[in-house]
Design a protein. Structure first.
Length: 352
């Protein structure tokens, strides 16, 4: 089972929950803890694993052979990230924007593009008893976290209990880390900021079709609105951790909750069992239907397709005539663009 531990907001205690969950399972079968918060990995501080391997991660960046290039512009046209541009008799590559998807080299009609690796970080592996520890570390100044997260997730062993510490927020690195999880645990705090960012994180899990539950940390600091929101939305509150000076002190010293206050182990084992039951129930009910996500002209549809495929979705297009639509499509017709209805479904669901 893969459980990702995320939070819309930073500083809610996500790593405390992820490491406590992993440590509570220590001695109870095989466990993996993946630190996918690659911009600032800190689970190792609480776990203190023995690190035994460090592997660099490279991103394939296009390199253009201008003796073969005809400046047709095809590469710039297919790049969904504006990472390559053709200006008159020059092809410009912007490595910091490149996602290394390979579309430009694959589609270049002159085979003028080769790829060269650019090191963007490392993946480190180690262990602590029966807990296998894997963390990604993005090099300073590098903006592209998802490729490192993908490398970390390549180590997932489906026969083990896998816990993923996700970076805070709701952007691409979060989607990359959370997708393909069986369950997403959202850690929040009972404050207006906590509620706002929790609702954004819930939206992400719903778009990905992943069941979620909430851990409320620092109970006593704010108000009841987070609880009311969860009840309204039908999201289970699986654990509450009180505002406790001793917990804060342990955290500030880099001591895990399970080590510093062993009585919490039982609560985290209960949390794990509850998640297991929810996952079993939701697997029985998981929908596999296509969902309509957009109606757009072919230029935009190419980008939408690339984005969804990168996030692990299957995409189906259905061409529609302008007269079948109520919305204005004048500009698309003027550009001679075909119009499509875009449907997606998760690849994992298809495999299932
Ligand atoms: S697709 Fe190939 S040939 Fe065309 S501009 Fe790009 S690099 Fe040059
Ligand atoms: S590899 Fe992908 S992201 Fe990078 S320049 Fe080529 S098409 Fe764009």
């Amino acid at each position: 089972m893969i459980i990702s531990v995320a939070s819309g907001k930073g500083g809610t205690g996500k790593t405390l929950v992820a490491t406590s969950l992993a440590l509570s399972l220590k001695g109870k079968g095989k466990v993996q803890l993946l630190d996918c918060d690659v911009e600032e990995p800190n689970a190792h501080i609480f776990l203190c694993p023995t690190t035994n391997q460090s592997q660099p991660v490279f991103l394939p960046i296009p390199k253009v052979d201008e003796t073969k290039c005809t400046y047709c512009g095809k590469c710039a046209e297919v790049c969904a990230y504006n990472a390559i541009a053709v200006i008159k008799q020059k092809v410009l590559v912007f490595p910091e924007l490149c996602h290394g998807c390979g579309a430009c080299s694959y589609l270049c009609p002159e085979s003028a593009i080769t790829e060269e690796g650019r090191e963007i970080g490392v993946v480190e592996t180690g262990s602590l008893g029966n807990i296998e520890f894997i963390q990604g570390r993005l090099a300073i100044g590098e903006p592209m976290a998802p490729p490192i997260i993908r490398e970390v997730k390549r180590h997932i062993d489906p026969t083990k209990e896998v816990i993923i510490d996700v970076s805070p927020g709701t952007s691409c690195p979060v989607v990359e880390a959370v997708k393909d999880s069986d369950f997403c645990l959202l850690v929040t705090e009972p404050t207006p900021f906590g509620l706002n960012d929790l609702s954004l994180a819930v939206e992400v899990t719903r778009k990905l079709g992943i069941s979620c539950g909430v851990v409320i940390n620092r109970v006593g600091v704010g108000n009841e609105k987070v609880e009311s929101y969860c009840h309204e939305q039908g999201i289970p509150i699986l654990l509450k951790i009180p505002l406790d000076r001793k917990i804060a002190t342990l955290y500030s010293k880099g001591i895990s909750l399970i080590e510093g206050m062993p009585r919490w182990r039982k609560a985290f084992l209960r949390l794990f069992q509850d998640i297991k039951e929810i996952v079993s129930a939701s697997q029985v009910m998981k929908p596999i239907d296509w969902q309509e996500v957009a109606i757009d002209g072919e230029t935009h549809v190419k980008r939408i397709t690339a984005m969804y495929e990168e996030f692990g979705f299957e995409v189906r297009l259905e061409e529609i005539k302008p007269e079948e639509l109520e919305q204005c499509t004048k500009c698309l017709q003027e550009r001679g663009e075909k119009i499509y209805r875009v449907y997606t479904r998760r690849k994992k669901e298809v495999d299932e």
